[in-house]
Design a protein around this ligand. Structure first.
Ligand SMILES: *Cc1c(COP(=O)(O)O)cnc(C)c1O
Length: 394
């Protein structure tokens, strides 16, 4: 009897989480992230149709590229079909070749590793830091001391003999990783740095927008990102020569001519269609309000979860400004075994939540790849929960 009362009085973790979510989101159900089309989307897309410029020529592509460059402070932006293609071409232009290894966090979306694989290179997985959820420079430095040796051209893996060509930090859920530490390592080991900034449009590291700290970076405008073009992506760079080459490569490497088809290297048909760029221009006009809304939502979640034991809301790292793309709860290690109960209860209640991605080194195609000790990422993957994050919820 006494025990029953004690059990009934102790609120379970999943009930506390639902209560906190409801205090912010109210009654009813909520998806994880949905796009919002309340601006000029209809008008701009309609204009493409009316003018017949729906495909690879049209003024919205140029305008979208110019706006992205101005907003991010990158010298140039090249719009492409999706973020994965942006990353693939960025890596190719950074010098990644078949047979190379590329340093990638294991805690990321599969596209980060796929882009490496498409070039015939191999992802080499490294650990993440608890305070940023991104690549951990301290752990990477220790690992490279052990695994890398200098060569005439840069570094190689002393165990596999393969060149280590580049490092691809990713800004997890919009929280910038420790770029300063990673840039130092890239410099010391002569590795190219290419940012996977797919999730971090509107996120800043030490006052500077993410995505162009290294040679090149990649953005995504998939349907679930901060702004969407339906499907789309962009390559960012401060190097005019690389930008021109990116544009050339992603438009079938055709030399400009009034009628001749001369392609001077093997390019890709990766150009963003005007229809998608039109959507992007309309979304871009609303980006400041989306970012403000997401920041408000983070404040309200932080307040709501302040009293919930063993759970903490992920906040922007030191010296960073996050876009708060996906709001994230981090369970204490002691209650990590209750993560699935929280996921079940919240989804049953109509509040969509999700764990982080499965770690890439555990996926069937990537199990044999070289990797560093990954204990922090393994712990984070057991404890992370993404909660409803759409702009407009706050
Ligand atoms: C979304 C995403 C991508 C790929 O973007 P697509 O536009 O879907 O191809 C790459 N990396 C990360 C980390 C992402 O979240």
């Amino acid at each position: 009897m006494q025990q029953d009362v004690a059990t009934a009085m102790k609120t379970s973790l999943e009930q506390s989480v639902i209560q906190a979510l409801r205090s912010v989101l109210g009654d009813g159900s909520c998806v994880l992230h949905e796009p919002r089309f309340q601006g000029n989307e209809q008008a701009y897309v309609q204009e493409c149709i009316t003018s017949t410029f729906v495909s690879s020529v049209g003024r919205y592509v140029d305008r979208f590229e110019q706006e992205l460059a101005a907003f991010t402070g990158a010298r140039r932006a090249v719009a492409v079909v999706n973020g994965t293609a942006a990353l693939q071409v960025a890596l190719q232009l950074a010098g990644v070749q078949a047979g190379d290894e590329v340093i990638v966090p294991t805690l990321t979306f599969v596209a980060t590793a796929n882009a490496v694989h498409y070039l015939g290179a191999t992802p080499h997985f490294v650990d993440s830091a608890e305070d940023t959820l991104g690549m951990d420079p301290a752990a990477l430095k220790d690992w490279l001391k052990h695994v890398a040796e200098p060569t005439a051209a840069g570094s190689r893996n002393r165990h596999t003999g393969c060149p280590i060509r580049a490092i691809v930090p990713m800004h997890t859920f919009g929280h910038p990783c420790d770029l300063e530490g990673l840039l130092t390592i890239a410099h010391d080991y002569r590795l190219a740095l290419v940012e996977d900034a797919a999730e971090s449009l509107g996120s800043y590291y030490q006052g500077q927008h993410t995505g162009a700290f290294g040679e090149l970076g990649a953005l995504s405008f998939n349907g679930n990102k901060v702004i969407t073009t339906g499907g789309g992506g962009a390559i960012l760079t401060n190097d005019e020569r690389l930008a021109d080459h990116a544009k050339h490569l992603t438009t079938t490497a055709k030399q400009p001519h009034r009628w001749d088809y001369v392609h001077d290297e093997i390019g890709y048909n990766f150009r963003m269609p005007n229809l998608n760029a039109a959507l992007g221009c309309a979304q871009f006009e609303q980006l400041p309000s989306f970012l403000a809304s997401k920041r408000r939502l983070a404040e309200r979640y932080a307040e709501a979860f302040r009293g919930v034991e063993s759970v903490r809301l992920m906040r922007e790292p030191k010296d960073c400004r996050s876009n708060y793309w996906l709001q994230t709860l981090l369970l204490d290690e002691a209650v990590a075994d209750q993560r699935d109960a929280v996921l079940t209860a919240t989804n049953d209640a109509g509040l969509m939540t999700r764990p982080a991605w499965g770690l890439l080194h555990q996926l069937p195609p990537y199990q044999q790849c070289p990797r560093a000790p990954l204990s922090v990422a393994e712990s984070l993957a057991r404890r992370l929960i993404n909660i409803p994050s759409s702009a407009g919820l706050a």
